[in-house]
Design a protein around this ligand. Sequence first.
Ligand code: GDP
Length: 426
Amino acid sequence: MSVTAVVGANWGDEGKGKITDFLAGDSEWVVRYQGGSNAGHTIVNQWGKFALHLLPSGVFYPHVSNVIGPGVAVNLSLLLDELDALQARGVPLPKLLVSERAQVVLPVHLLLDRLEEERLGASQFGSTRSGIAPFYADKALKTGIQIADLFIRDRLQDRIGRCLDLKNPLLVHGYHQLPVDSADLLNTLQADALRIAPYVADTTALLQQAVSRGERILLEGQLGALRDPDHGIYPFTTSSSPLAGYASVGAGIPPYALRRIIAVTKAYSTCVGAGPLVTELMGAEAQTLRERGGDGGEYGATTGRSRRVGWFDAVATRYGTHIQGATEVALTNLDVLSHWQEIPLAVGYRLDGKVEMKFPNSTRLAAAEPIWETCRGWGTDISAIRDYRTLPQPAREYVERIEELLDIPMRLISVGPRREQMLVKP
Ligand code: GDP
């Protein structure tokens, strides 16, 4: 039995796509289990650079079955467009399976997401406007539409009616918009159904069989632990759980099967959208880190927005790895720090005049100030190094200090955006 989850330890954008892509070569299955097109996993390989939003990161390997699990918010037209775009760039058509129990993101979810952010104005959450919050609200209200519903006209009509009964009064009276026409929505969904039909399957049964055959399954989380609605920085969270614990639910895999949980963290901090970020940098320092970070700068893969940046935060990351239940940590973007002679990292918080080593709840977090420790920089390019032992001594000291602070073994260390830029720590 070999089920591995690759999940985020922080606020998202940790480089999970890179790690999943690296591990997918040795897997038979790669599964998305929550979230939707608000994700943006960046992958750089022999075909070029891709920002995957809905497709699992195993789509570049012909032997991998890629699953969209029941927990995912499926924007059908975006999913199909993404598939077409891969083929247009020469990637062979991947094996894709979409759960018949997954629910669909409707155009009205996108509309409501945008209208609500506009209504909030300066206090908006910084949503990617992919319709995710209204989608999961509908699921909880039991007014969502499952993919299986798309193929039975009467049932689909009934489900649309139930959904619009609530949405149209809100659109008309709350946001002063025109109501959604149910016949138009029916036509749109039926057209999407025809296109998605070849990929629809009972993925839960297929994955249960794969587990019992001992096949290798990779579960791919979206966003990071601190965006979890229960354990994260609520209300600056997402609407589904990005935790490995939820992977079992959103994919349909027995919890006991999950043996390896890799929490991915960057060698510094980044965060898209609003909410407290204790180690945040501002001004010129932030701009330097932003420009040097990631692959061509720290700009969101979904929205292109500037990411907020800061130094590594051991308090937040330790909490993130613990709520993920991480069995190991993967560190990405170490190469980005090659520029600095000294690298600060936050080893604790100062809060209410006291030293705090635990991650505080949302009511206290905004007042937390970092307690810094300074590590030696290495000042030389490490992106071509392939053996951990040949990293400059200060780079190894930095990695090992983080490992010590997190108290979880670190195995994979990424030194560049490309697949082969990876070190396996002995
Ligand atoms: P994800 O959603 O967690 O997969 O993360 P994103 O893809 O949104 O953001 C990670 C960014 O870092 C992308 O631009 C990646 O190409 C880039 N990246 C991943 N690993 C590395 C690395 O080790 N070094 C550098 N320089 N960039 C990396």
